[in-house]
Design a protein around this ligand. Sequence first.
Ligand code: PLP
Length: 358
Amino acid sequence: MIDLDNLRHNVALLAGRAPAAATMAVVKADGYGHGAVEVARAALEAGATWLGSCSLAEALALRGAGITAPTLAWLDPPGTDYAPGVEQDVDLSVASIRQLDEIADAARRAGRTARVHLKIDTGLSRNGCPPDVWPALVDKAAATPEVRVVAVWSHLACADEIGHPATDAQAERFDDAYRAAVAAGLDPMRHLANSAALLTRPDLHFDLVRPGIAVYGLNPVPEPFDLRPVMTFRSTVALTKRIAAGESVSYGLTWTAKADTTLALVPVGYADGVPRALSNRMRVLLAGARRPVVGRVCMDQVVVDCGDDPVAEGDEVVLFGTGAHGEPTAREWADTTGTIDYEIVTGMYRPRVARTYR
Ligand SMILES: *Cc1c(COP(=O)(O)O)cnc(C)c1O
């Protein structure tokens, strides 16, 4: 279940913390597994004015759903046809001269100017133009009439570690890159801040902030903020049974009942986003209590040990949610399996898991 009230709350909180900047809600990867179109609409209602996608195809899917807000697409391979993006007013990120040429060609074919955001690599060493190539890129962009440079931008490596010196180093390189663009005759906006920098580095908000994970109510920094998780993962008890002490459960029989007990079968498994690594290491909220999943997580099912408590077929099972009612959170799953909550919620985009919206 996707709680769009919580999402609107989060977007309003984030936009309020960056009052001088516009807010871009990042909805890549199908809205971090929450549904890009629904998330985009709710975020725009709550004060976001921009949307961020990874691929152009993701941005065009938003356009296909009738969403016209300014949208930036930032990563596609060589050979991508950018013309549909230009035609449908999708802003395009540029990290190389080769890519600038491809976009200029698409703009000529589309018969209109492409809006581009020049991306400088300030130290993440991932996407973005390296500083030694940057002067040539800004000169070429300034001399290419088929493109209009809307912004200079970059992405931070360590913003979630408050006080990390890399953030200041990146901010300095970002400033150099911006000044080079201005010197080349451009007048771009600037944007740098992800969720963590939005929350903790107001000096880096510039003209636009790009929160992703915090929109979904997951806090990337150790400091507390009133963010409300948006995704709750629920299922239903499909079958209950008593087993005798000494009986074992699920593939490999890795768990054995110490006493007679009631088991509840829940019809979700690793095909539905429950990591198999949580076998014998997770709990669910069922009939008012947190209860352990016992034995291996299978492709389609898990088994919950309920002791002698009354549980019934048809009872609701909460696998993770906001934590407000005692249920586990995506963060707990991430901590147990050695990952980040981004990966847990994004991994919930599964055809077999029905998404409902509130
Ligand atoms: C994913 C992404 C964001 C959002 O990051 P969060 O940590 O989820 O806030 C911002 N900018 C870029 C370029 C991204 O790829």
